[in-house]
Design a protein around this ligand. Structure first.
Ligand SMILES: Nc1ncnc2c1ncn2[C@@H]1O[C@H](COP(=O)(O)OP(=O)(O)O)[C@@H](O)[C@H]1O
Ligand SMILES: [Mg+2]
Length: 259
């Protein structure tokens, strides 16, 4: 199964979602690997805090040698997540993303691809690889119109659209709600992820939020989404307020000791 995380515009949270959803699926026992398909602006590595590689996606795709497989560029993060990074260097700007499809045929893993935004050549190449896609948006009108274009192109190409992932929701009256978005797009909103500063902190620490703050609302949102898409039951942790309060006190005492 090849799944893609797409969006109409940049900065909406595709890479954040790819990484955290990937970890949540891995924790549920899925044989998943996340792949950086944003070849112009790859930043999966930044989110995972791993920068040294012998081979990256572009090395494999560019070498064009039949016995080289993408598995040569597969690494395992400390969370257990398998990932295939793309090189950050400008030297690889011309890598042809349309070659990706042949490398993903017969993959022994379920692959979750982080796409570039919009409908450029690279995102269309990612779309071509996918059995199903998720389209990420923020809850504002221009974002939704961009999202609609991506949905339309995916549907035109007979790619199964699993749904919209609504991200950075602040619960303000000027945001569009799930039902409004569904009415505009004819597509279900399958996740409603809150805006949380923990996500920004986790990026600075290069530690995915689901690992850094597993009990936070956004992390539970990733777990819920992973359970929903893999047809598993989502079990909400028990005594959540108590556990959150306990981890808050622990963190306070750690930072007091550090000072
Ligand atoms: N739910 C969220 N709450 C707060 N900040 C978020 C959330 N999701 C993503 N971000 C932040 O938004 C920025 C863009 O996210 P990123 O995943 O890189 O987007 P994209 O891959 O779509 O360009 C990053 O700084 C990230 O930490
Ligand atoms: Mg990104």
């Amino acid at each position: 199964m090849i799944r893609g995380i797409l969006s109409g515009k940049g900065g909406v949270g595709k890479t954040t979602i790819t990484v955290n959803l990937g970890i949540a699926l891995h924790n549920l026992g899925e044989n998943v690997v996340v792949l950086d398909g944003d070849l112009k602006n790859p930043n999966l590595s930044l989110h995972l805090g791993v920068f040294k590689y012998n081979l990256t996606l572009q090395d494999v795709v560019e070498k064009d040698i039949s016995h080289i497989s993408l598995l040569n560029a597969l690494y395992v993060h400390e969370t257990g997540l398998r990932f295939i990074p793309a090189h950050l260097s400008l030297n690889f700007l011309d890598t042809d993303a349309s070659k990706l499809k042949s490398f993903l045929e017969n993959s022994p893993y379920n692959v979750l691809i982080d796409s570039s935004p919009g409908l450029g050549k690279d995102s269309l190449s990612v779309l071509e690889c996918c059995d199903e896609v998720f389209v990420v948006t923020e809850p504002y009108l221009p974002d939704i119109t961009d999202c609609m274009k991506t949905l339309e192109v995916a549907k035109d190409r007979d790619v199964n659209v699993k749904g919209i992932i609504l991200n950075k929701v602040r619960g303000k009256d000027y945001e569009l709600g799930k039902e409004e978005i569904k009415a505009c797009t004819n597509t279900n909103v399958i996740a409603n992820l809150p805006f949380e500063e923990n996500v920004l902190r986790s990026l600075k620490l290069k530690n995915p939020v689901i690992n850094y703050k597993p009990l936070s609302k956004v992390s539970l949102g990733f777990n819920q989404l992973a359970a929903d898409i893999s047809d598993k039951e989502f079990v909400k942790p028990r005594f959540l307020p108590l556990k959150r309060a306990f981890s808050f006190i622990q963190n306070k005492s750690k930072s007091a000791k550090a000072n």
